[in-house]
Design a binder for this molecule. Structure first.
Ligand SMILES: C[S@@+](CC[C@H](N)C(=O)[O-])C[C@H]1O[C@@H](n2cnc3c(N)ncnc32)[C@H](O)[C@@H]1O
Length: 294
């Protein structure tokens, strides 16, 4: 009897695996080139080619019972976009705008000060622009990103190799990153997490941090006319920016904007010392993980 149950269970597992594999494979074939990290999104507002791809993606995700994996494919597409953008990425930090520069300096200052002496996990480090301010004074920083092109530029900064380590890893799977961390930095990452996955992302992040860890995050405040048109497909909780690279190619990239009250709700469990600053260009926040009970 128990052998029959075990055989039926393993047959189910094999079938589920094959369905997922086919789903991901076909999703990859049909969707590569479309930056659209919302498998449940409507095709409203897309051009005919992207709408066709999105419908195919949804269909195969349904067939494969694999929205999670189809969504993982979408994240690969985000990585692909940033890989192509890597050589021109840091231009955003050199804009001739005194307000932006002032807010950037304030963030760099706070990061350097707050993470001093800490063992830091940095999520989606990109070219290592912010890593450099941490590496000056942190005990150690492990900076992860999914784009090899971004990481190559980060490594080329020649930060002290005994204190700064760059790893190719997925922010959706922080368990794959070795180390113990009492500091975390996530700059311009939260806006790329689908709203449906924010709680899950924060949960797995917090599970990787020690009880006394400090967390710092920052991202963009929405400014009409800056950084491409903002679109929100019907029935989608997420918004997308239409971004143009210097080769003229345009991509639709998941980019969410948060109000202060949304941020407060999102980080409600960290209210004890949650600090949020909303600037003209950027918001930033910091909090400590809970102390262990005495
Ligand atoms: C807006 S950039 C931020 C880079 C850097 N933190 C900064 O502020 O300059 C977003 C970064 O997320 C990376 N990325 C995209 N998907 C990722 C994923 N699933 N896991 C880790 N990094 C990812 C991209 O390669 C890119 O470097």
């Amino acid at each position: 009897m128990s052998v029959a149950v075990a055989t039926a269970a393993s047959r189910k597992t094999v079938i589920a695996f094959i369905r997922q594999f086919i789903g991901v494979f076909v999703a990859h074939l049909t969707c590569s080139g479309v930056v659209f990290a919302n498998p449940a999104g409507s095709s409203e507002g897309l051009d005919a080619r992207d709408a066709r791809r999105l419908r195919a993606w949804n269909a195969f995700a349904r067939v494969s019972h694999s929205y999670t994996l189809a969504s993982a494919m979408a994240r690969d597409i985000l990585t692909d976009y940033y890989s192509r953008r890597a050589p021109e990425y840091e231009r955003i930090y050199h804009r001739d705008d005194p307000v932006r520069q002032r807010e950037q300096h304030a963030m760099a200052d706070e990061i350097g000060r707050s993470l001093k002496g800490r063992r830091v996990l940095e999520i989606a480090c990109g070219t290592g622009y912010w890593t450099q301010f941490v590496a000056e004074n942190a005990a150690h920083i492990t900076a992860i990103d999914s784009s090899p092109e971004m990481l190559a530029l980060a490594r080329a900064k020649n930060l002290p190799f005994d204190r700064a380590k760059f790893c190719e890893a997925n922010a959706d799977n922080l368990n794959s990153v070795p180390g113990e961390f009492d500091g975390c930095l996530a700059m311009f990452w939260l806006s790329h997490v689908p709203r449906s996955r924010l709680a899950g992302f924060l949960k797995q992040l917090h599970e990787r941090l020690l009880r006394n860890a400090i967390v710092l995050m920052a991202d963009n405040v929405f400014m009409p006319g800056v950084g491409g048109e903002l679109v929100q497909p019907e029935n989608s909780a997420d918004t997308f920016k239409v971004r143009t690279l210097s080769d003229g190619s345009a991509e639709r990239v998941l980019k969410n904007y948060f109000s202060e009250s949304e941020l407060r709700r999102m980080f409600a469990l960290q209210t004890a010392d949650l600090q949020i600053t909303i600037g003209q260009c950027f918001w930033r926040l910091s909090y400590h993980m809970e102390s262990p009970p005495v």
